[in-house]
Every structure is written in C-alpha cells, then in structure tokens.
Ligand binder design. Structure first.
Ligand SMILES: Nc1ncnc2c1ncn2[C@@H]1O[C@H](COP(=O)(O)OP(=O)(O)O)[C@@H](O)[C@H]1O
Ligand SMILES: [Mg+2]
Length: 284
C-alpha cells in the first residue's frame, strides 16, 4: 500500500534549546491506517505532529506527506490541504459565531465556489453528526460538540490525513466518547488516515497501530496487542496500559495462568470467565 507519511531520520531542535526535541525519528504510515501516538509529556509527540503539515520544518532528515516534501515552500498550500490538524482546545479553533460559518471558514480561504462550500459544509457536518446544530452558536455547545465542529472544519477541506493532538484531553467522558466515535467512523467508513496523539490507553488500544515515543525517539511501533504486552517497558517510560491489561498483568504476577494479549474489557471478561469455568470443572 502507498505510504501517506514517510519520515526519515527527523531531527528537530527548538531555537535556543541545546537538546533536540526529535532525535532521528523514522516512521511510515500507509493510506487508511489509524495510528495512535503515545509517550509521556515532553517525549516529542506534538513536535513530530507539527512536522506533518509543516508548522515545523526538520533541521535534519526529511518528511514526505502525500508525496510532498514538507520543506517545499511552493507546495505549502497543497500540503495543508492534504494534512489537517486538530488541537486539544476546541475553543482556540473556533472562529465564527455560527456553526456552519465556522466550518466554511477554511474553505472560503481556499477560494472554493459558494455552491461547493455549501455542499462540503453540509456533508462534513453530517460526517461528524452535527448537521442539526448547523445554525447554533458554537459557544452554546458542549466541549465534545465543539471539538466535532473543529473536526468538521478540517474534513470539509477533504484532507487525506487528519492529525489529532490530544483532541479529547479537555473533554468529559461523554465528549471524549463522541469524538473518538467520530474519528473512528472517519477512518473506517471514509478511509481517512488518522494520527491520534493521546494519553488514553483505551483510545490507543482501538487503533490499528501504536507508536510509542520516548525522549525524542521512536521506542516501539507495533500493533496494540504487541505494544501492551510490554507492560514493564511501558511502565518504565511512564505510561499506563489499558485497565483490562493491568488486571491481567497483576493476576499473572500472582501465578494465575492468563493470556498475554488482553487489551479490551470484553477480552478480560472472557478470559476470566473461561478460567473460572475450568476451575469449576477441576473442583467438580
Ligand atoms: N516552543 C518550544 N520551545 C522550546 N522547547 C519546546 C517547545 N515546545 C516543546 N519544547 C520541548 O521539546 C520537547 C518535546 O516537546 P513536545 O513535542 O511538546 O512533547 P509532547 O507533545 O510529547 O508532550 C520537550 O522537551 C519540550 O519541553
Ligand atoms: Mg503534546
């Protein structure tokens, strides 16, 4: 499959900082993948994300996104259309006083004709499940709804890649669930490539692949099952594992025989039920 992201040995140092924030990061991502990026604070996740749409340019190495070298100034507009970015705080991303005008904002800047803007705004609002709020004022909406409006503003530009930097960090559990459901649907149904930076292990567990960053480097790049089977390593770099994985890990430490690759609540319930029923047979 074609790579939408191809980053080779990315190095980046903020001006005035002695230590580089990225110390040689190489990652490629295929079209249609949904990839989580984990790592404790300061590990370089946001710095890496900002390289994907040229908010930052590498001081070493090279970054291609959708076939465009992000350092190619002539292609900046194309790049920004290819890779859309959603940030943590929805309030900082909303510019207009009516929802549909906010979603249209980026398109107007691109010089898209009015009929097409109308069509794209409606379709983006439907994609995030916010069409019926199109005439509302954004400030009256919940955090989760506002974040979905911010996502609609990005997908109205029809990017191939959407990068979300901790989009659920400021949301309550319900808003968090709405946003994750929306992102998952964009990936599964519309085939959009998704890079999701998150602190929530359950969100990462639901992705196709997880990248773990540590101290400006890529530490692990694997499937959620493989990544979360490294409980000790993850804990060493300051990360948690999903609750289900944690329970199984602690039980195994007590000598109870359970599988290594449990990451969802359902899998945990099933493994425990099967263990208990086996035990019942032995006793009977
Ligand atoms: N604007 C900045 N100026 C100087 N240093 C920065 C800036 N932004 C981030 N850093 C530093 O770069 C490193 C990586 O930060 P960041 O990419 O924000 O990590 P993360 O998103 O994983 O928390 C950290 O050491 C951080 O302190
Ligand atoms: Mg960050």
């Amino acid at each position: 499959m074609e790579n939408i992201i191809n980053a080779q040995q990315l190095v980046f140092a903020y001006s005035g900082e002695k230590e580089a924030a990225l110390k040689g990061v190489s990652v490629s991502v295929s079209k249609g993948e949904m990839v989580a990026v984990l790592g404790h604070n300061g590990s370089g996740k946001s710095t890496f994300a900002k390289h994907l749409n040229a908010i930052l340019l590498p001081s070493g190495g090279v970054c291609y996104v959708g076939g465009i070298n992000t350092a190619d100034e002539d292609k900046l507009l194309d790049l920004r259309r290819t890779a859309g970015m959603v940030f943590q705080n929805p309030d900082n991303q909303i510019v207009a006083t009516i929802v549909e005008e906010d979603v249209a904002f980026g398109l107007e800047n691109l010089g898209i004709p009015p009929e097409e803007i109308r069509e794209r705004v409606d379709s983006a609002l439907k994609d995030v499940g916010m069409y019926k709020f199109r005439l509302h004022a954004p400030h009256q909406l919940s955090g989760g709804q506002k974040q979905r409006i911010a996502i609609a503003g990005i997908i109205a530009m029809r990017p191939q890649l959407i990068i979300l930097d901790e989009p659920t960090a400021m949301l309550d559990p319900r808003g968090r669930a709405e946003v994750i459901e929306t992102i998952t649907r964009l990936n599964r149904e519309l085939g959009m490539t998704v890079i999701l930076i998150t602190h929530y292990m359950d969100e990462a567990a639901a992705c196709d692949r997880i990248i773990v960053m540590d101290d400006g480097r890529l530490l692990i790049d694997d499937t959620p099952k493989k990544v979360f089977s490294n409980v000790a390593l993850l804990k060493r770099v300051g990360l948690d594992v999903p609750q289900a994985t944690e329970i199984v890990y602690e039980l195994k430490k007590c000598g109870i025989d359970l599988p290594d690759d449990i990451i969802t609540d359902e899998e945990c319930v099933e493994a425990l039920a099967s263990l208990l029923s086996k035990k019942g047979e032995v006793q009977a």
